[in-house]
Design a protein around this ligand. Sequence first.
Ligand SMILES: *[C@@H]1O[C@H](CO)[C@@H](O)[C@H](O)[C@H]1NC(C)=O
Ligand SMILES: *[C@@H]1O[C@H](CO)[C@@H](O)[C@H](O)[C@H]1NC(C)=O
Ligand SMILES: *[C@@H]1O[C@H](CO)[C@@H](O)[C@H](O)[C@H]1NC(C)=O
Ligand SMILES: *[C@@H]1O[C@H](CO)[C@@H](O)[C@H](O)[C@H]1NC(C)=O
Ligand SMILES: *[C@@H]1O[C@H](CO)[C@@H](O)[C@H](O)[C@H]1NC(C)=O
Ligand SMILES: *[C@@H]1O[C@H](CO)[C@@H](O)[C@H](O)[C@H]1NC(C)=O
Ligand SMILES: *[C@@H]1O[C@H](CO)[C@@H](O)[C@H](O)[C@H]1NC(C)=O
Ligand SMILES: *[C@@H]1O[C@H](CO)[C@@H](O)[C@H](O)[C@H]1NC(C)=O
Ligand SMILES: *[C@@H]1O[C@H](CO)[C@@H](O)[C@H](O)[C@H]1NC(C)=O
Length: 483
Amino acid sequence: MVRLQLSAVLSCMVLCGFIAMMFLVYTDVPQQFTLIEDHGLREVYNDNAQDVKAVGFEQLAGEIKMKLIRDRFKTRRRVLNETCFKYESIVYKYLPCELKKTKFDLKYVEDGGLIYCAIPKTGSTFWKRVMHVIGGWGNTTNPIEIRSEDADKVGGFSTMEDKNFTEIRDLFEFSKTVMFVRDPFTRLFSAWLDKFYSPNPFYWKYGGTNIVTRQRFYANNTTEEKSEDSSEDETNGAVQLIKRSLSNDEETEDANTTTQKPPVKCGYDVSFEEFISYVVGFRQNSTCLDEHFSPNYKHCMPCTFEYEYIGKYETFKEETVFLLNELNLTEKVKIPDFEKDANLDAITGLTEWVFLQEKKIEECGVTFRCALFRTFKRLQSRGVISKSVPFPYDNNTDINIITEDIFRNDLLRLSKIGTKAEKRKNRQESILKAFKSLPKQLLEKLKESLRVDLEMFDYNDSPEYLEGEVTSFDYFENCLGDE
Ligand SMILES: *[C@@H]1O[C@H](CO)[C@@H](O)[C@H](O)[C@H]1NC(C)=O
Ligand SMILES: *[C@@H]1O[C@H](CO)[C@@H](O)[C@H](O)[C@H]1NC(C)=O
Ligand SMILES: *[C@@H]1O[C@H](CO)[C@@H](O)[C@H](O)[C@H]1NC(C)=O
Ligand SMILES: *[C@@H]1O[C@H](CO)[C@@H](O)[C@H](O)[C@H]1NC(C)=O
Ligand SMILES: *[C@@H]1O[C@H](CO)[C@@H](O)[C@H](O)[C@H]1NC(C)=O
Ligand SMILES: *[C@@H]1O[C@H](CO)[C@@H](O)[C@H](O)[C@H]1NC(C)=O
Ligand SMILES: *[C@@H]1O[C@H](CO)[C@@H](O)[C@H](O)[C@H]1NC(C)=O
Ligand SMILES: *[C@@H]1O[C@H](CO)[C@@H](O)[C@H](O)[C@H]1NC(C)=O
Ligand SMILES: *[C@@H]1O[C@H](CO)[C@@H](O)[C@H](O)[C@H]1NC(C)=O
């Protein structure tokens, strides 16, 4: 408790004055919202995230369209500003872990005068590689030629970990600033798919184990309203354990669990519902929720620092292409075929990962066949492989003969089947199905917990899945662990 208050006071000492200052220097008044034009653009590009290649940037680069996208960024800044104002009492409270994370997420290329703040699950691996290319790292103009694993290395860009907030503010003043956000609902689905459904022994062992502990073994004991300072009973112990393993707070990382031994070794079958219950029930206090599950607005301090360009994952390609033009970077960064590259990138990345993790996956009690199946199914959910394509290995296939090369080539071959429209529909249906499977009460709570995020980044159009019947959603059929 004492430590908590102390850190709150300390962060306020650093930030409160600084925030007041930010308000004073906020002089750029965005122009009027051009709803009709923006709407027109959506029609032109029709679910535009997917269609940049089809339309071609030559056409997009037409002055009118450039202006429309520019206006879109202005609108976003205005909405953000209004929301920061409206939720003043919430959005300026930063925990030490958030401050620290923001410094790490802020990537900049000094010569380029460009700052990019990386929010996980919003296309950040791609943009980090763009920053590497801009910084001249890797001797290439195509970001996907830099390996995804190298995205976080300090090569072409620097992070702001060693800067104080005065220095950071100064850098903001003289730089172009970019961040990307994503619909908070689909961002959570993507996080679950990536961290718990897909073979991810690291998350299974820590986060997964603890979500299972909490949702299956302590579900009846955990009083939602219970505050942190209640006595150290076992329930609280479990919650502590969960928070610890899912937090970014390094300070708590070394402390040991002593009596709290989780009931399962690996939480490899955390259901979407359990995951969402966990996220909704998380009480942010001295620890931060895992960065992949915490809302957009908890990253990058968007109410404190002014980001000129707030891009959206839903219109990722179009806006990335726009930004490269707007920032005069088209000579340095060339993306020959966005769509094809993105699929190749996803397949290569996931294949490499699953083979690298083979041993750990099996140690968790999940067969490698199951791991390959989940990788395949994840690609279907993402719209890389059509749902009409069956898993290429039946029960008679000896999985030991499937090498990394074979698997990658099979996936690449299968990704060519089916139309783009069909796959896009598959992707939307996966998300719809997942959320429709949640109890209404939980969905309502989730929506409430995402309120600031939904308003701040203008994702308020009520998603379809908030209405209608609850339907089943079982991704684990035919593929569970052996334990
Ligand atoms: C931000 O919002 C406040 C309050 O609504 C307003 O007074 C201010 O002019 C806005 N600033 C910008 C840059 O829009
Ligand atoms: C960069 O790439 C070019 C073309 O592939 C090659 O000729 C050159 O040697 C490379 N430079 C470095 C430093 O690797
Ligand atoms: C921030 O860092 C700069 C350069 O190291 C230093 O001069 C300045 O005093 C620091 N400001 C604060 C508030 O710590
Ligand atoms: C929690 O309690 C309910 C009813 O009180 C019971 O049906 C359920 O099985 C219990 N859950 C666990 C994990 O014990
Ligand atoms: C609740 O806590 C008790 C100990 O306080 C423990 O024995 C029990 O397994 C826990 N879970 C449930 C569902 O009651
Ligand atoms: C953190 O815990 C303290 C002590 O129980 C409580 O007063 C405070 O409201 C909590 N903060 C948040 C953000 O939940
Ligand atoms: C941490 O674990 C070590 C052995 O693994 C034990 O000796 C030590 O007492 C534990 N520390 C605490 C604070 O429980
Ligand atoms: C890009 O180039 C144009 C024309 O040369 C210039 O007006 C503009 O300021 C440049 N933008 C940036 C971000 O450097
Ligand atoms: C393959 O094995 C799984 C799990 O043992 C089983 O559920 C499934 O029906 C089998 N499929 C075929 C085609 O035999």
